[in-house]
Design a binder for this molecule. Structure first.
Ligand code: C5P
Length: 241
């Protein structure tokens, strides 16, 4: 796989104009762009259309979590919008995950398009063991819960999960080589860690078994975003060799 197909640039921007500027500069180096809650809430479906019109693929990072019928409806709407990847919370349970998977498959088939990649969010990385136990009421170790939810997602027919670099190995072991693992928290060697606590370089994350890397500020906040993306792509090409 080409480096460009491994990089998902996080468009954490407040509006359409800022997103457009980034996509124009970065589409030679990144195959996919992540439209998350901030951008989607501000700009709506136009955010997705803007990326698609410029030839980019879209990961709609909206982390759907509701009753099965509602999640299925939102997933269908995202398929109609033309997203290439979307996600739901594994905490929604088996019935919700199965409903999302069926909705994505059926809607894509009805439109005669390939189905987008459907992945699950497991334990939010902002929760540590203490918060998971005291506030959420889950007694397990974080990694154990992550593996459990990853397996549930796979059983329910999802394609993969979003996972922090330190969780890649346990998920790969539990879910096998075909399972898609999308990994944020990646920082090129020597760059600012921002608010990310546990980071890996792009090369390390790929060696651990990541399928795609979500990279935001190391590219989008760089003085020259295109040069930063090029440097990361070069690092990834080294791993491929
Ligand atoms: O700027 P940075 O590279 O930290 O951006 C990473 C992106 O991945 C952000 O959009 C952030 O919301 C997302 N993300 C994350 N950690 C997670 C899940 C998602 O950083 N566990």
């Amino acid at each position: 796989m080409h480096a460009k197909d491994k990089i998902i640039v996080a468009l954490d921007v407040p509006g359409l104009a800022a997103g457009e500027k980034l996509v124009e500069r970065l589409s030679p180096y990144a195959g996919m762009f992540k439209v998350g809650l901030e951008f989607f809430t501000a700009a709506g479906p136009a955010a997705v259309r803007m990326v698609k019109e410029r030839g980019g693929r879209v990961f709609a990072d909206l982390k759907l979590h509701d009753i099965p019928n509602t999640v299925a409806g939102a997933a269908r709407a995202l398929v109609r919008l033309g997203v290439d990847m979307l996600n739901v919370h594994a905490a929604g349970g088996r019935a919700m995950l199965q409903a999302a998977a069926a909705a994505v498959r059926e809607e894509a088939a009805a439109l005669n398009r390939p189905a987008p990649v459907l992945i699950a969010v497991t334990v939010l990385t902002s929760l540590d063991r203490e918060a998971l136990r005291e506030e959420v009421g889950i007694e397990r170790e974080v990694e154990e819960q992550v593996a459990r939810w990853a397996l549930l997602a796979r059983e329910a027919g999802l394609d993969g999960v979003v996972a922090s670099p330190r969780e890649i190995r346990v998920i790969r072991e539990a879910c096998g080589p075909e399972f898609v693992i999308v990994t944020p928290g990646v920082r090129p060697a020597g760059s600012d860690r921002d608010d990310q606590r546990r980071v890996m370089t792009p090369a390390e994350a790929l060696r651990e078994g990541a399928s795609y890397l979500v990279i935001g500020r190391p590219i989008t906040a760089a003085p020259d975003p295109a040069a930063a993306a090029r440097a990361i792509a070069a690092e990834i090409e080294m791993v491929n060799q």
